[in-house]
Write a protein that binds this ligand. Structure first.
Ligand code: 4AD
Ligand code: MG
Length: 431
């Protein structure tokens, strides 16, 4: 049987010897006379490789010298302890094969954001994006674990829909044979239908928002994690979100410590994210903003600057509850005051913005119809949804979390576009 390929992180963890073989890509290369210094990368790490003329067949030495960065290579040799090398080890090969000679790599770290986005398919190989994608993978795994522990069923609602639940203004429309359809903004309405048989459901689907906002927090397409639960009121819904976010922060700080540190995020800060989170009402938030010098009045929605001002001094996420019904979606339960709704926004600390929106759902068909009409929605498209209130309606609540927003805060990065491999932005759908 052929010898299995070694992984770079296993070498750093102690799997060393005279008979090591790895394959990967040239990350850096430099040569001087009889020596070639390479850094070779695989999915698990980067290791230094030093090739000395005379230690390998001359054709292989010449091949290694000619190979540019991002060439794919395979090599076999022995590990040597070297304090100066990243990871503490380097490899001295006795054989070296170039699998594909790369062209001149078109990007360097110094390039502009636009150039990096044009070459996103290649820039995904950067260390920054590699670490982010690794943390994102762990994040999704941890979230799945949490839902399983809480006896939620994972479901798969469609992203093609005839309902623009979050308002027609930000919905993408397209021709679905001979009718008009939308790309989903939320799976919420479908999850609501599923609770009558499953009670606790969740899903992870792409959501689409045709928002012309070019901010550090907006994607046109994002990974939307949504949950819906029967018999749950707004306060219980808030407690559930608090539990999920705390669990994720604890787990990710333990499992991804080195990737987080590489990105400049301190895992110790994530360990401090434990319940309870601070909670204020919308009314209190407006007062806070006024005290901070904002010209904010009842009925204003919060923008980036407001959210930043509200959370800049917070260590934990902040809940804002009971927004005026006029600035929230049609499906939220009216509060007893008749003015606000039973909802919450969870804002990440340090101005990272809203990571979760949640609410108790209205059971009152006529109130929902009035609000939908104000938005100019076609009521007949919502008849199926009103059926859910006609056949065994119950109190229920749910929430939606933007995975890239959460990840951006956890990794302490500048811009949400780097939280997804191929960001869809107002002026970009390529590559
Ligand atoms: O607050 P939103 O619009 O709420 C809903 O869609 C509800 N129907 C969810 C539910 O109750 N099932 O969106 C939920 C979350 C936001 O808190 C934010 O984290 C994220 O989705 N989000 C975006 N993320 C990236 N780019 C955008 N353009 C986003 N718009 C919303
Ligand atoms: Mg929201």
């Amino acid at each position: 049987m052929a010898q299995a390929w070694d992984k770079i992180h296993d070498i750093f963890a102690g799997k060393t010897g005279d008979n090591i073989q790895i394959r990967g890509w040239i990350h850096r290369t430099r040569s001087s006379g009889k020596l070639i210094f390479l850094q070779v990368r695989d999915a698990t790490g980067i290791i230094q490789v030093t090739i000395e003329k005379g230690n390998i067949p001359d054709t292989e030495f010449q091949a290694a010298k000619k190979a540019l960065i991002e060439s794919s290579v395979a090599l076999k040799g022995k590990t040597i302890k070297d304090k100066r090398a990243p990871g503490g080890w380097e490899i001295h090969p006795e054989s070296f094969t170039v699998i594909n000679y790369a062209d001149i790599f078109p990007i360097t770290e110094q390039h502009s954001t636009e150039v990096l986005l044009d070459h996103r398919h290649l820039w995904l190989r950067s260390q920054q994006l590699t670490q982010i994608m690794k943390i994102k993978s762990s994040l999704l795994q941890i979230i799945r674990e949490w839902f399983a522990q809480h006896n939620f069923f994972e479901t798969t609602p469609s992203v093609i829909t005839t309902n623009a639940a979050e308002g027609g203004a930000t919905a993408f429309t397209f021709k679905y044979f001979d009718q008009k359809a939308f790309l989903s903004q939320t799976a919420q309405m479908y999850l609501e239908a599923l609770i009558f048989s499953l009670e606790r459901v969740w899903c992870l689907t792409p959501s689409f928002r045709a928002e012309k906002s070019r901010t550090r927090r907006h994607l046109i397409e994002y990974s939307h994690l949504e949950a819906e639960e029967a018999w749950l009121d707004n306060n219980q819904n808030i407690a559930l979100q608090e539990d999920l976010v705390s669990y994720v922060c604890q787990k990710i700080s333990a499992t991804c410590a080195s990737s987080l540190k590489a990105l400049g995020s301190n895992p110790l800060n994530l360990q401090k994210i434990t319940p309870p989170f601070p909670k204020i009402t919308y009314k209190e938030a407006i007062l806070r903003l006024q005290k901070k010098g904002f010209d904010a009045t009842w009925g204003d929605d919060f923008g980036v600057l407001h959210e930043k001002a509200l959370t800049e001094d917070e260590e934990k996420p902040l809940f804002i509850t009971h927004f005026p019904q006029e600035i929230k979606a049609f499906y939220m339960e009216l509060s007893p005051d008749g003015k606000t709704v039973e909802c919450s926004d969870m804002l990440a600390p340090q101005g990272y913005g809203e990571i979760i929106g949640g609410s108790q759902r209205s059971e009152d068909i006529s109130s929902m119809k009035i609000r939908l009409k104000k938005q100019g929605a076609k009521l007949e498209n919502y008849e199926w949804f009103f059926d859910l209130r006609r056949f065994g309606s119950i109190p229920h609540s749910g929430f939606g979390m933007g995975i890239e927003r959460l990840l951006c805060w956890i990794t302490q990065q500048e811009h949400i576009r780097d939280m997804t491999p191929f960001p869809r932005l107002v002026r970009r759908a390529y590559p």
